[in-house]
Design a protein around this ligand. Structure first.
Ligand code: LLP
Length: 422
């Protein structure tokens, strides 16, 4: 495979395997559609950050939204990671997975008071506050519990991350964060509030970033702000640069490795005493997972050929939502009599947007397995039950072992919470 799978995905006698587990065996044991993750690839991605940041005081807070399976959270917790959460639900997951509350940062524009209370009670490391109104309510909630809330302001450095508009978050027009030119006065307001403790500053400019320049530019703006605050007597203990590093989705994409990606940013930050925080999501899990699906029907039309598979936009929404490209490969080598053709790989859902890939050259037959690559991030996490489809199973492989880390949903579970009128 030419994508950044670090050799964890390979062909043995024509059969695709992840680590030492043939994908056909995963499908046989647990059915399809099924998400399959490589433990070694997850650990490797995390170690990439550890090496890139060696010798600095840092905290790597995995962005739980990218993939919140307990086994994945537990794996990162064991490696020493902190977590970036955006809801009370994610807080509960991290704690259930054995994560350390003292390493959690809580981001998000719309935290409820109940979520603030839960996070304060758990003793999280920092709230990334995104508005003046949130400062006020957090101060009140902390006061009502007799606590002080540790805070950073999430500022909007107004740099163009050069990514898809839906996942660019650091522009002036974005709903996230506070404008960097309002930050000084907000820090002074925060300082005057009795139940807040100023700990740092945060930013996150966007996701699937391939060019390291925008994040380095954001860092220089953050440094200027930290210096301005320090001149006014407000010392920051940490600088949180958010997440955003991209992964390879296409064979011809060349995403820099973590060391190279962070180099310009670390150069901009050299000599700083503050602790550095990062909130990577996609770059820790994206390339470590794939979606395994079986071809139900091949349909040869007059203008197009369709490979109708058993996974759909409810399992992997990214192609429908962002027009995202995921490489799709056959799991088995083709039989001699199978011809290559160009297919749209589509699901069974009643929407024209229900495709996993369009115009793909494949040599396949009905019943064959396909692997949709680099689907570890924002795949299962964004899945739904649309069309009353049970969500996929999830499996983690490690060497020659496979572990079921989420059972496939059953139909009963799908309507267990509903009731008919009496
Ligand atoms: N921190 C904050 C405050 C964020 O909003 C995000 C992602 C992250 C960290 C992690 O960013 P990452 O390292 O994963 O790029 N569903 C979209 C991506 C949405 C990203 C939202 N925020 C997709 O499938 O491409």
């Amino acid at each position: 495979m030419s994508l950044d799978w670090n050799g964890y995905l390979a062909r043995q006698n024509g059969r695709l395997q992840l680590e030492s587990v043939p994908l056909a065996e995963v499908a046989h044991a647990h059915g399809t559609p099924c998400y399959v993750y490589s433990r070694a690839a997850l650990e490797d991605a995390y170690q990439g950050y550890v090496s890139a940041l060696a010798g600095r005081d840092t905290l790597i807070c995995y962005a739980v939204k990218a993939n919140s399976n307990l086994a994945i959270l537990n794996l990162f917790a064991r490696l020493g990671a902190g977590f970036d959460i955006v809801s009370g639900g994610e807080l509960a997951r991290v704690l259930a997975a054995g994560g350390d509350a003292g390493k959690i940062v809580f981001s998000g524009v719309g935290k409820t008071r109940a979520e603030m209370r839960a996070a304060l009670a758990a003793g999280i490391y920092c709230f990334n506050v995104e508005s003046a109104s949130e400062l006020e309510s957090l101060n009140e909630v902390a006061g009502s519990l007799g606590l002080r809330a540790p805070i950073a302001l999430r500022v909007n450095p107004d740099v163009d991350p050069k990514t898809h508009p839906y996942i660019a978050t650091g522009l002036k027009s974005s709903k996230f964060g506070v404008a960097i030119d309002e930050a000084l006065s907000l820090y002074h307001r925060a300082q005057a509030m009795p139940h807040l403790d100023i700990r740092g500053v945060a930013c996150h400019i966007g996701s699937q970033l391939l060019d390291p320049a925008p994040i380095a530019e954001a860092a220089t703006k953050i440094i200027d702000l930290a210096d301005a605050l320090s001149r006014e007597g407000i010392a920051l203990a940490h600088l949180d640069l958010g997440g955003g590093k991209g992964v390879n989705y296409r064979a011809d994409e060349a995403t820099p490795n973590t060391v190279d990606y962070l180099a310009p940013l670390l150069a901009a930050l050299s000599g700083r005493r503050e602790r550095l925080l990062f909130e990577p999501g996609r770059s820790l899990v994206g390339a470590a997972g794939l979606l395994l699906t079986r071809i139900e029907i091949l349909k040869h039309g007059s203008e197009k050929n369709f490979a109708v598979v058993d996974a759909a936009m409810n399992d992997l929404a990214r192609p429908a939502l962002y027009d995202a490209w995921h490489e799709i490969v056959a799991v088995a080598a083709p039989a001699d009599d199978v011809k290559t053709a160009t297919y749209d790989v589509v699901g069974p859902i009643c929407e024209s947007g229900d495709f996993l890939g369009q115009g793909r050259e494949l040599a396949v037959a009905e019943g064959d397995l396909l692997a949709v690559l680099s689907a570890g991030a924002y795949g299962m996490a964004m899945s739904s039950n649309y069309n009353t489809r049970p969500r996929a199973a999830e499996v983690m492989v490690s060497g020659s072992q496979m572990h079921l880390i989420r059972r496939r949903e059953t139909l009963d579970q799908l309507f267990a919470l509903e009731s008919v009128l009496s």
